[in-house]
Structures are given as C-alpha cells and as structure tokens.
Design a protein around this ligand. Structure first.
Ligand SMILES: [Zn+2]
Length: 135
C-alpha cells in the first residue's frame, strides 16, 4: 500500500521534472549547446542575474515569459479582471527588465531578449541566436 502511494508520488515528481525540461529556457540552452556555444547559467554577479551568458560574445540572453514580461503577443495579454493589481505588478516587471538591460549595457554586455513564444520553432530560434551573436 505504501509502495503504491510512493510510486504515484514518484510519477508526479517525474512528471514535474519532465515539464521543467520543456521550459523555453531549456529549449534555448539545448539549442545553444547543440550549436556548439559555451555558456554560463544564472550569473549572479551580473545585473538581473541573466539566464544564460556567453562570455566570449559578451552577450547575456534573457529568456522571458510572454505574460510576466509583457510581450506584445497573444500570450502577453493582460488579465481583464483585477486590473489594478496586474497592471502594477506587470509594469514593475517591465521596468525592472529595462533597468537590468541598461545596467548590462553599461557593464559592457549585450542583452538579448528571447521570448517564450519564439522558442516553439527551432529554425526560427536558431536564426534569432545567430543574429544576436552576429554570426
Ligand atoms: Zn510572446
């Protein structure tokens, strides 16, 4: 009986692990790796702790969720209810992103935003990465 419960728990845990593997950030990381780029993750000593950093290219890749970071796409639409709350929260996120990008530039880094909705097609994503790195 206990075994069954733990097996169920385990499958829940595994399901969660699998789902984190398919996040947009993981997609970008896998692709960069396959393209042969070397990178570091979540670099603490850079403004905003960028998701992915390519030291050789002095480039910081910020993988942004469309909703939380306010992309102008259908996933970035703001909720119609509780608007005061959401507008305040999402405006603060956008503002923070803007400041982090400015700070990165000032520190000599090129910030590149990749939106979650751009991570669904690999060919397109590869183009975005190559353009960002001037390759
Ligand atoms: Zn989007």
């Amino acid at each position: 009986m206990t075994d069954m419960v733990s097996a169920e728990r385990r499958s829940q845990i595994m399901a969660r692990i699998r789902s984190t593997d398919t996040t947009p950030e993981m997609t970008v990381r896998r692709l960069l790796h396959r393209m042969g780029y070397r990178f570091r993750l979540h670099v603490r000593d850079l403004p905003g702790r960028p998701d992915i950093v390519l030291p050789k290219y002095k480039t910081a890749i910020l993988v942004h969720g469309c909703f939380w970071h306010g992309h102008r796409c259908k996933d970035g639409r703001r909720p119609k209810s509780n608007m005061g709350y959401w507008n305040g929260k999402l405006d603060r996120n956008k503002n923070r992103d803007k400041i982090n990008k400015q700070r990165l530039r000032r520190a000599g880094w090129k910030p590149v935003v990749i939106w979650a909705c751009q991570c669904t097609e690999e060919d397109r994503l590869m183009d975005i990465i190559r353009n960002a790195l001037d390759e």
